[in-house]
Design a binder for this molecule. Sequence first.
Ligand SMILES: C[S@@+](CC[C@H](N)C(=O)[O-])C[C@H]1O[C@@H](n2cnc3c(N)ncnc32)[C@H](O)[C@@H]1O
Length: 297
Amino acid sequence: MSIGTWLDWGTDQLAKAKVPAPVLEAQLLLSQALRIKKLDLFLKKEKEVLKKELACFRKYIALRCRRIPASYILKSAQFYGLDLFIDQGVLIPRPETELLVEETLKTVAGRGRPADVLVAGSLVAGKLKKIKIIEIGVGSGAVVVALAKNINQAGILGTDISAKALRLARKNIKMHKVEKQVKLFRGSLFAKLRKKFDLIISNPPYLNEKDFWKLQPEVGFEPKAALYGGKDGLDFYRKIIPQVRYYLQPGGILAFEIGCGQAKKIKQMLEKEKIFSSIEVKKDYSGIERIIIGRNR
Ligand SMILES: C[S@@+](CC[C@H](N)C(=O)[O-])C[C@H]1O[C@@H](n2cnc3c(N)ncnc32)[C@H](O)[C@@H]1O
């Protein structure tokens, strides 16, 4: 049977299993099974599918019908224009986190200057000083790789409590050849570091108890430690924020991704620290307050 017929079959199977966006998902899985671009599914829709390719597509569809996320099936995801390795046991990077990177880069860069020119006083005697960055909870390494690719002068430290996440992050760091810029270590939050940073960034687990139980079946395949932020979802902000004053350089930036409806409380927590000259909340594409950025005095 032809590509077009198998595409319809796959879409139908996914729809029956109540997979969201079955058309797009079937296109993704078939294009990957055939190792062709999505557009070619339509340009070559009369072409016969080989036995081997079909077996692969059937396997993908069967797994997806069990609601296993496509990124875990294909072991890949796109983030900020970069291809990443992904594996079960590590959070799949989300579009909201691309916004965290985007807004952070804008803030770091200042008014329209390239990102590697300005973090409070980074130009020293005409020479660019290293921009010291820490990410708490690197997961797949999506954020550290995107930052390293966009800030040449970045010296980035990434932490996570998950050995599996760190292994995957290391793989992505290597794939994108940013090993010199990014170092990883296993530890909780700031562990016992004795360093100050120009940028502290984190997308911590922030789902509250109520939202955690309402998740799509797909999210059940992702690690709870990457998602659940305690009863009200704010546990990690409560732990990280009081420590920030010891780790943030004067003029440095703190950037968090936050959950729906959490902005007001997190802003209050930051204000209570009395170290920030500005605190800004940014909305995502659905109009949800999603990013909070504070600048140290
Ligand atoms: C929401 S995921 C973010 C992953 C990745 N940065 C991203 O944005 O796709 C949160 C990450 O924080 C890690 N984590 C959870 N508790 C932590 C802790 N106490 N210290 C450091 N990392 C932690 C989890 O293992 C998970 O990888």
